[in-house]
Design a protein around this ligand. Sequence first.
Ligand SMILES: NC(=O)c1ccc[n+]([C@@H]2O[C@H](COP(=O)([O-])OP(=O)(O)OC[C@H]3O[C@@H](n4cnc5c(N)ncnc54)[C@H](O)[C@@H]3O)[C@@H](O)[C@H]2O)c1
Length: 325
Amino acid sequence: MKGLLVTGGAGFIGSHFVRRMSRRHPDTPLVVLDKLTYAADPARIQGLQGVELVTGDICDAALVGALFASRGLDAVVHFAAESHVDRSIDGPEAFIQTNLVGTFTLLEAARRAWGSETSARFLHVSTDEVYGSLEQGEAREGDPYAPNSPYSASKAGSDHLARAYHITYGLPVLVTHCTNNYGPFQHPEKLIPLAIHRMVQEEAVPIYGDGLNTRDWLFVEDHCAALEMVLSKGRPGATYGISQGAGQTNLALLEALADVVDQVLNRPAGSSRRCFTFVRDRPGHDRRYALNSERLRQDLGWQPETSFQEGLRRTVEHYLSLAAL
Ligand SMILES: NC(=O)c1ccc[n+]([C@@H]2O[C@H](COP(=O)([O-])OP(=O)(O)OC[C@H]3O[C@@H](n4cnc5c(N)ncnc54)[C@H](O)[C@@H]3O)[C@@H](O)[C@H]2O)c1
């Protein structure tokens, strides 16, 4: 790679990816383009070798075009997005703007800079939520989309644009869908950091509905390893599912998390589970997500390396170390 652009690199997953690439490819110039919304924290990527942070909006065509022209970019990993489903229900407009218009702006800039005869790579990072709620089985690459929230609809739209730029213009686009991520540096509004905070404070941990909505949680560093693999070895035009392959209910997740919090804090077993409080379900709450990742495992040789117990322990220790500051 001559130059790598990472959008949203000051966010949760983006910052893990930037740290990984800076460590593993210290000689590749890496530009982070991030608007620094409430979800960002530039401290997550401060002082990393070869990393330049440009504060700006992916919807700003002049800025994005200037970055392509001036930085010799031949790879893009596109994380920047509004990412919180609850916020997309309260105020969908920012989701349409960033996730849809912003992705279009980047694709268009890449097309103008690269043309179709290129060895460059544009990796569009997306979510399994585009497939909607599944009663049984696993979603696979190529299945029909059925997004149910403004967030997942905006991501679905951006996926379609990415695909269309490959088919229409030959842009070397790769798309990944990943299941729910967890790990250090996630914004405290998200389920796991919020629950850890509440458990530590011995406050109510809200659980939507009956707690039986099912998700497949992947440790964020395993997601980033998969993304690096897709970027370097993936087939342009292809989509790759990324998942742990072990769905569990929100209640089971919170029980496991509560037990880890009790162990790390040396509390009597069962203490943190007493914080659980069932609250009214949110509108359009998808019941179950499940995603197949055989293509990534078989074609590219990826597999997750962090067990759920180990990932939870590292996550809890991270948030406790922040609380101790
Ligand atoms: N978190 C998950 O579980 C998960 C799972 C699968 C896929 N994804 C996808 O991965 C990507 C990153 O998710 P995350 O959880 O790290 O999100 P995040 O909300 O933590 O970070 C998003 C980053 O994008 C930046 N950003 C937002 N709008 C921008 C704009 N207009 N211009 C430039 N930067 C902007 C923010 O400042 C922030 O740094 C998203 O595209 C998301 O859809 C997330």
